[in-house]
Design a protein around this ligand. Structure first.
Ligand code: G16
Length: 540
């Protein structure tokens, strides 16, 4: 590495003085204009990580569900998974180093992580459709090239597509072809195979309206839809020609406001879904005949998938161990239904798919979903081999079930939660089980809930424990929450600092919507008072 050249180029991507950023829930995120130095430095870091792992590393430029003005960057590790925690620390150190310390920090990281600087490095890059993304990804490339790395720039990609590319490249194509074409073909083939066996195959009885959040999902779905049109017809809305990214639309808006996005035409009982800005989350919804809006979130997606996989395993007589992983945001009714009715073990981790993904790897079949619609299913190598073997050995109905499992393994993006892949899985399951969206929704009734955001001077004054269900600091906050929760029936509430936005998140659930709203509001006031709220106090 030519350290002098790095120092020279680094000065062209100068860090704004006093700016401190953390590698958060999903990388660095903040206003796009503050990120140039971070992008350059993440290019440098990706080269070191690539040398250390002797593998291709991914860099994705996106701020996913955040507003259009924000941007962000995250690194993708060799098997398509999120960056290892020890390297998150290196990332934070490097991003916050003062200009004169960049060389030293790079050498420190190389030493601590035993990086062989003579190794070759290869990095792949993707970006979302934000106006700032192209320029910022050029800064990543500058960091890669000045530190002697090779790269391939995929340009516009969904985040899960970039994870998929990294996984493919590091398994020498075993997981799939590392091209968008390869991605479209792998998923579409599995989907068409699966839905051939559905009651309504061939007549395009599956149709779905998709809100693309004015983001990359629109571009990629438009390219992909002809590949699977035999099994599913989709209509795209919020495709980015007029509206702003994630503004009044998209999965995060629909989930947190519990209302439909703007810009979509919905008929009663029609199945609709929303992606987020980089197409790694999905939620479903519909209006019933009385005009009531019904949201089907990540918890219900996990339940539908779990029950389908359990049925198939029963059919083939295989007792592979299944686990479902959720976070504190999971609706209490979903956890009860999974544990008590479906009899599957449920685990709770901290927010952030990196935590859920890690836990899900402990099972033969690990199903993980955040309530916000971010998730996927992981199959262990043993499970995959067993299913493949059974699909060759078994006969008739059992063989059919094993074949379905084989196709469903191919249909999931096992590198990361993926709105396109999850959508196709869900559509296939609904078709195969002959379920309407209402029947799916009726599996259990969500406890009414509310999520709010509170602005505080420094959100890090709040620290939590017990998978973020209890606040440790500031003093008195947890006691205040406990006392408020006692006032309501079937209630629960927690607070945590967001790792993607400069706010504190408040979650509350209770026996009625009025109670959930009121509890969430009272907890917000407690946060505002005890954790240094700024601006106007929360209004009911
Ligand atoms: C990211 C993470 C998710 C997380 C979400 C919100 O989603 O990938 O795991 O649930 O942020 O995180 P926080 O509550 O810490 O702000 P996305 O879709 O924005 O990448």
């Amino acid at each position: 590495m030519d350290l002098d050249a790095i120092t020279k180029h680094s000065a062209l991507h100068a860090k704004p003085s006093g700016l401190i950023l953390q590698y958060g829930t999903a990388g660095f995120r903040t206003k796009a204009e503050h990120l140039d130095h971070v992008m350059f430095r993440m290019g440098l870091l990706a080269v070191l990580r690539s040398k250390q792992t002797k593998s291709t590393i991914g860099v994705m430029v996106t701020a996913s569900h955040n507003p259009e003005e924000d941007n962000g960057v995250k690194l993708v590790d060799p098997l398509g998974e999120m960056l290892a925690p020890s390297w998150e620390e290196h990332a934070t150190c490097l991003a916050n180093a003062e200009e004169q310390d960049v060389q030293r920090v790079l050498l420190d990281i190389s030493e601590k992580a035993a990086v062989d600087l003579q190794q070759d490095a290869f990095v792949v890059i993707g970006r979302d459709t934000r106006p700032s993304s192209e320029k910022l990804s050029q800064s990543v490339i500058d960091g890669i090239t000045v530190s002697g790395g090779q790269f391939h720039d995929y340009g516009l990609l969904t985040t899960p597509q970039l994870h998929y590319m990294v996984y493919c490249r590091n398994t020498q194509g075993q997981y799939g072809q590392a091209t968008t074409e390869g991605y479209y073909q792998k998923l579409s083939k599995a989907f068409v195979e699966l839905t051939k066996q559905a009651f309504c195959s061939g007549d395009k009885c599956l149709s779905l309206k998709v809100d693309c959040a004015n983001g990359i999902g629109a571009l990629k779905l438009r390219e992909m839809k002809n590949y699977f049109s035999e099994g599913l017809s989709i209509q795209l809305f919020n495709v980015g020609t007029t509206g702003k990214l994630n503004h009044l639309c998209g999965a995060d808006f629909v989930k947190s406001h519990q209302k439909p996005p703007q810009g979509i035409e919905m008929e009663p009982n029609e199945r609709c879904c929303s992606f987020d800005g980089d197409a790694d989350r999905i939620v479903y919804y519909y209006y019933d005949a009385d005009g009531h809006f019904h949201l089907i979130d990540g918890d219900k997606i996990a339940t539908l998938i779990s029950s389908f996989l359990k049925e198939l395993l029963l059919e083939i007589g295989e007792s592979l161990n299944i686990g479902v992983v959720q976070t504190a945001y999971a609706n209490g009714s979903s956890t009860r239904y999974l544990e008590e009715v479906m009899k599957v073990p449920v685990y709770c981790t901290k927010t952030g798919v990196k935590h859920l993904h890690h836990k899900a790897q402990e099972f033969d079949i690990g199903i993980y979903f955040e309530a916000n619609g971010h998730g996927t299913v992981l199959f262990s190598k043993t499970a995959e081999m067993k299913i493949k073997q059974l699909s060759e050995e078994l006969e008739d109905k059992k063989r059919k079930a094993a074949k379905m499992l084989e196709n469903i393994i191919d249909l999931f993006n096992q590198a990361a939660g993926d709105a396109i892949s999850d959508m196709l899985v869900i559509e296939a399951i609904l078709a195969l089980k002959g379920l309407t969206v209402q029947q799916w929704d009726a599996l259990y009734t969500d406890l009414p809930n509310r999520q709010l955001k509170v602005k505080v001077a420094d959100r890090q004054v709040i620290s939590t424990t017990d998978a973020e269900r209890k606040a440790v600091t500031p003093p008195g906050l947890q006691e205040a929450i406990d006392n408020l929760v006692k006032k309501y029936k079937l209630s629960r509430a927690f607070v945590r600092p967001s790792g993607t936005e400069d706010i504190v998140r408040v979650y509350a659930e209770a026996d009625s919507q009025e109670s959930a709203d009121s509890l969430a509001h009272e907890v917000s006031v407690a946060v505002f008072q005890l954790a240094g709220g700024v601006g106007e106090s929360p209004q009911p």
